[in-house]
Design a protein around this ligand. Sequence first.
Ligand SMILES: NC(=O)C[C@H](N)C(=O)O
Length: 375
Amino acid sequence: MISESLQIKTICSDAENSVFTIENTALDTHLLDSAEPTSQHRTLPRIKILGTGGTIASKAAQASQTAGYHVDLTIQDLLDSIPDISRICEIEYEQVCNVDSKDMDEELLFKIYRGISRSLQTFDGIVITHGTDTLAETAFFIESTIDSGDLPIVFVGSMRPSTSVSADGPMNLFQAISIAADPKSRGRGVLVSLNDQISAGYYITKTNANSLDSFNVRQGYLGNFFNNEVHYYYPPVKPLGCHKFKLKLSSDSSTIQLAKVGILYAYQTMDSMLVEFMSEQYDGIVIATMGAGSLPSGVNDKCLDVQVPIVYSKRTMDGMVPSINLPKSSSRTENSIIASGYLNPEKSRILLQLCLANHYTMEEIRFVFRGVYGG
Ligand SMILES: NC(=O)C[C@H](N)C(=O)O
């Protein structure tokens, strides 16, 4: 009895099955074990899995293919590929959407947010399958908007489609579920599990477009997964200075309202007109500066001039932009330039969006970015 359906477009418009239909989210929640035990009989941890798509849910035409594939598997299909899992935990799963993560938008972010929020009281851990291209952005957004207490929230994806020789999806998913079910994972906030490594979603970045070892985190891996065991290197810890926001919902509460913030990528001879254009069209701007806040002088002058908040982030993966490197107005007038600290442009963008959605003043925005040594 499906009252509503959701049409999914995949990355490959010419591929077979590139458009298909999945059941409505509300009706697509199942319990893996057929007989649901009562809470008195329950001995295994209860894990909620939210499926959102990505390469982990993709198929290609040939086993040798690691590109040109399309999203074509449901979360149920993915769980079928790891038969041992019911020994570790009880699982309830939900198909939130089934997209390549390039198509994550505010509506889908809100669905993930809602799926997690609804599960906080009734589950011991939550796993979200997600495309790796924007996985770090969603993980950062969730860490910034949900206070999960001790409950582990684990994001997972894969770099090879399910049809590939040595597909990494099934093992990555097995590891993510095991991590979510492990009491040692409590009190660590939003985690990312990929390629045997466990990292903080707040800091992690995708650094390789193709390799299985695609994610990197200069703040350090938190732990490792090996042969059915979760090994942490440190006691439970959450990212320092992570600011928690209350989400602003649309009037009908069906999605979130976020400010329009765009990103500019700096380069030699960059034209300051770009900043002017963006300031007219957007509520805020993030610039991937060339080093620790360096931009051509003309661009700095323009940034000092415009009214919308501008976050100076960096093109480089490592390092930070300190506030001391920001350009200063020659007069005593206040400007609206903020240093990103350790945050990369895409995470700075989300942080600025959340600040603006909550109508923070410039002083408050600077305070929030000081949490990551910017401001
Ligand atoms: N490895 C992946 O998951 C990449 C894919 N394009 C996605 O982000 O959905």
